[in-house]
Design a protein around this ligand. Structure first.
Ligand code: SF4
Length: 372
């Protein structure tokens, strides 16, 4: 396949921008939410906010897994880390998420056995390396990651390993979108839907946005041109008042998603209510291991008893940021007490967190890349 050149790409971007100007009514303000943290970063990196006409505002949503993982989950992880018979296996970002009594970095410095891994499958090696310990993997993430973790649990099962467990807090995107729209104060006029998650679930799970809420939505890729094409699609839906699930990422996202991954998830998990940071418990917005697979559920097999927990860091506005009610710089702690080096809230931890992205691309340049 021939690669598109930079000049050709610029021409495509220019014609998309022209179309955006044609479609946009300068008298009105529209707010499109990018659901996915990777989109948030791509929008900053490609300078998309600065290209759009005044009156089209992009707001960040609940698509960064680290941001939405709630305080109680982190407090459970801290409680497990304090046990001498446990090895915590996790991705590096998780160590900086604040819990009520500290974070996992501090636990590690204080002697907790925490292994930073790069693939969930590494738990198989840890199981053999530490046969007398209980290996607990911190399994967070959306549909994309859920399938990978499900494959890991199957591999653990196939090998007959008895000392590997999973502390699960999986999140599902469609119920979160429904929860956002059920807030009567929401200010969302359309969704840029996440590319990676949609690879797994396809288009159909978003259909309720059009049918029940008359809300434009479009699955988008991560290139600047793909994001602009999705914005064109959202504006066209608004103008024609014909609402459907657009898809400008067809090269990767099939209409029905990935049936193998969906089947794997259905085999291992069942829907459950789940807590979202700053939002609360949303019905059927998470998954738990079903039936015999609960043999790998840390909370079922290694009950914690009582542990210290709270609602979250004082003053942190992550809940409002995640719901697109405020931009991160409206949080009084932003850039002062809360920075990527010293995050107060979860949205400042991951590079894909809204607060972290706003800090990196806006605060450090004196706000030059923020939308005014
Ligand atoms: Fe929370 Fe920090 Fe973001 Fe404020 S700036 S909402 S404290 S993560």
């Amino acid at each position: 396949m021939n690669k598109i050149t930079l000049t050709e790409k610029s021409k495509v971007a220019a014609s998309l921008l022209e179309r955006i100007h044609e479609l946009h009514n300068p008298e009105e303000t529209v707010r499109f939410m990018e659901v996915c943290g990777t989109h948030t970063v791509a929008i900053f990196r490609e300078g998309i906010r600065q290209m759009l006409p005044k009156g089209i505002e992009l707001i960040s949503g609940p698509g960064c897994p680290v941001c939405v993982t709630d305080q109680q989950y982190m407090d459970q992880a801290l409680a497990y880390a304090a046990r001498e018979d446990v090895v915590i296996a996790t991705f590096g970002d998780m160590l900086k998420i604040p819990g009520t009594t500290g974070n996992l970095w501090q636990s590690k410095e204080n002697g907790a056995h925490i292994e930073i891994i790069y693939s969930p499958m590494e738990v198989l090696g840890l199981s053999e390396q530490y046969p007398d310990k209980k290996i607990i993997f911190l399994g967070i993430g959306f549909e994309t990651t859920i399938a990978v973790i499900a494959a890991t649990i199957q591999a653990v099962h196939a090998k007959g390993l008895k000392n590997v467990f999973f502390l699960i807090s999986h999140k599902l995107v469609p119920p979160a979108l429904r929860a956002l729209l059920s807030n009567p104060d929401h200010q969302i006029d359309g969704f840029l839907l996440p590319g990676h998650v949609s690879v797994i679930i396809g288009e159909q799970p978003y259909q309720f946005l059009a049918d029940e809420y008359h809300m434009p939505s479009c699955i988008a890729g991560f290139d600047g041109v793909e994001i602009l094409a999705a914005i064109v699609n959202l504006l066209e839906q608004r103008k024609e008042k014909k609402f459907y699930v657009g898809n400008t990422y067809r090269s990767v996202v099939a209409k029905t998603g990935n049936s193998v991954a969906q089947q794997l998830m259905d085999t291992l998990y069942e829907p459950s209510d789940d807590g979202w940071r700053g939002i609360g418990v949303l019905p059927a917005s998470g998954l738990k291991l079903r039936g015999e697979w609960s043999a790998y559920d840390a909370l079922v097999q290694l009950p914690l008893g009582t542990f210290t927990t709270s609602d979250g860091p004082k003053g942190c506005q992550c809940g409002s940021v995640i719901q697109g009610m405020i931009h991160p710089d409206a949080c009084p702690l932003f850039g002062k007490l809360c920075t990527p080096e010293h995050p107060v809230g979860a949205c400042m931890v991951s590079v894909e967190g809204s607060c972290s992205a706003w800090y990196k691309y806006g605060f450090s340049s004196g706000g030059m890349t923020w939308e005014e």
